[in-house]
Write a protein that binds this ligand. Structure first.
Ligand code: NAD
Length: 256
């Protein structure tokens, strides 16, 4: 895609699932990719896969809930690539299904720390340089849960809704610095997070079948359903697009 070759990008949670697919795709566009993940071994695996395919990747073990660690990790990435971060993909997320009335404060804090504070930390750390350079692309991976709600994922849905609103407000604030902010909302997607969510065995299969029935295109998402849109939003072709929320969920939710 236009304008991506030789750019730099950080993808959080790129050790698994959707983030890994995004990182692999951005690398094929000639982007030097920072693979940020709390699991260093998983980050290293993604980086090796990119390098084996001829791309450039820098694996960084980073807990996005820790602001000081985020600032140090962004600095380490920018030193490694010898320049600022052009593209930030806030992808890392986490949840475990539980009825809200059965959850407690420790659980809420964990969900909010990863799914909302994480993107705030990353955006604040990376956005400073983007604003000085008057150039940047921020792409948030939220969820259709943040648009239509998802039972069993109440606090997570709240965080994803917050991420959508955060993206819109930030898009207004940083537009004059030539930074765009857009948000992608995946629907249910076949990743390790989904396996943990639905569980295994007959019950897990029943939940998967019910999910598929709700999707007009007749399947749940695959990690490779999202990287093309991320690449587009990071490219020159999307230069006039900001503050948008786009569902990629097989028609599960449709928004005018
Ligand atoms: N899978 C789905 O059905 C689905 C649906 C809608 C939205 N999403 C969103 O897509 C994104 C990716 O989800 P996925 O399904 O690929 O998940 P995943 O569990 O496969 O991968 C998430 C990655 O994030 C990393 N991570 C978790 N906490 C972290 C932290 N504190 N700091 C840094 N890294 C951390 C994990 O180690 C993991 O590698 C998430 O934001 C998720 O909410 C997923």
């Amino acid at each position: 895609m236009r304008g991506l070759n030789n750019k730099t990008a950080i993808v959080t949670g790129a050790g698994s699932g959707i983030g890994k697919a995004i990182a692999l795709r951005l690398a094929t566009e000639g982007i030097r990719v920072g693979i940020f993940d709390i699991r260093g071994d998983a980050a290293a695996e993604t980086a090796v896969a990119i390098q084996a395919a001829g791309g450039i990747a820098v694996p960084i073990t980073c807990d996005i809930t820790d602001y000081a660690a985020v600032v140090a990790s962004v600095a380490a990435f920018e030193t490694a690539v010898g320049g600022g971060t052009d593209i930030l993909v806030n992808n890392a997320g986490w949840d475990t299904p539980m009825p809200f009335l059965k959850t407690d404060e420790a659980f809420w804090k964990k969900v909010v720390s990863i799914n909302y504070f994480g993107p705030l930390h990353m955006t604040h750390a990376v956005g400073q340089g983007m604003s000085v350079r008057k150039s940047g692309r921020i792409i948030n991976i939220a969820s259709d849960a943040g648009r239509v709600g998802s039972s069993g994922e109440v606090v997570y849905s709240g965080c994803k809704g917050a991420t959508i609103a955060f993206g819109k407000a930030l898009a207004r604030e940083v537009a004059r610095s030539n930074i765009t902010v857009n948000t992608i909302c995946p629907g249910p997607t076949d990743t390790p997070a989904m396996d943990a969510f639905v569980g295994s065995g007959e019950q897990g299969q029943k939940i998967r079948d019910a999910m598929v029935r709700g999707v007009p295109l007749g399947r749940i998402g695959q990690p490779d359903d999202y990287p093309g849109l991320v690449a587009f939003l990071a490219s020159d072709d999307a230069a006039f697009m900001t503050g948008q929320t786009i569902s990629v969920s097989g028609g599960l939710s449709m928004h005018g």
